[in-house]
Design a protein around this ligand. Structure first.
Ligand code: ZN
Length: 163
C-alpha cells in the first residue's frame, strides 16, 4: 500500500466519520430537546438535566450502532484497514512513515528522510546525538562516524537514515 493510498483512505475515513458525528450530534440534540419538552412543566431543573443527559447518551449509543452497520462507514473503515498502519509519524513534518521507507531513528525522535539530519548536521550538533555509553557525542566521535560513512563510499551530506 502506498503512502498516498493511506492518506486518501484516512481523509475519506475522517470525512465519513465527521458526517456521522454531525448526524449523531443532531440526533442527540433532538432527543435532548424532546425530553426537555416532555418534562419541563412538571419536574425540577436538576431532574430534567439528568433525564436529558440519559436520553442523549441513549441516542448516542443508538447512532453509534447505526453508523457501525452503515455500508459507507464499513467501507471507509475497511479501506483504512487495508491501507495499513504507518510505523510512526515524522516528528518534523508529521508525514506517516511506512515499513520499507528510509527514516532516521534517533534516541527519542523519529524523522522522515527529508527531515533527517545529514552526517554534516551530526558533526555540527554532535551533542544532540548519543555516542558510546549513551553519553552525548563528542565532536571527535561524530567525526569518526562521518569518516567511516565517507570511507564506505558515502557523502558527508547523506542523510542519516535506515535502512
Ligand atoms: Zn519529516
Amino acid at each position: 500500500m502506498s503512502k498516498e493510498a493511506w492518506k486518501a483512505a484516512k481523509a475519506n475515513f475522517e470525512a465519513v466519520g465527521e458526517k456521522f458525528e454531525g448526524l449523531c450530534n443532531k440526533a442527540m440534540d433532538d432527543a435532548g430537546a424532546e425530553r426537555v419538552a416532555e418534562l419541563r412543566d412538571d419536574f425540577g431543573a436538576a431532574y430534567v438535566a439528568r433525564e436529558v443527559y440519559t436520553a442523549m447518551n441513549a441516542e448516542r449509543a443508538k447512532q453509534a450502532a447505526r453508523r457501525d452497520d452503515d455500508p459507507e462507514w464499513i467501507e471507509a473503515a475497511t479501506r483504512m484497514d487495508e491501507a495499513g498502519e504507518p510505523l510512526f509519524h515524522c516528528e518534523g513534518c508529521m508525514e506517516p512513515i511506512f515499513e520499507g521507507e528510509a527514516y532516521h531513528a534517533g534516541e527519542d525522535v523519529g524523522l522522515c528522510a527529508n527531515c533527517a539530519p545529514s552526517y554534516a548536521d551530526m558533526i555540527a550538533s554532535h551533542e544532540n546525538f548519543r555516542g558510546e555509553n549513551d553519553e552525548p557525542m563528542t565532536v571527535e566521535e561524530a567525526k569518526a562516524v562521518a569518516d567511516a560513512h565517507v570511507a564506505a563510499g558515502g557523502s558527508i551530506d547523506d542523510k542519516m537514515v535506515t535502512p
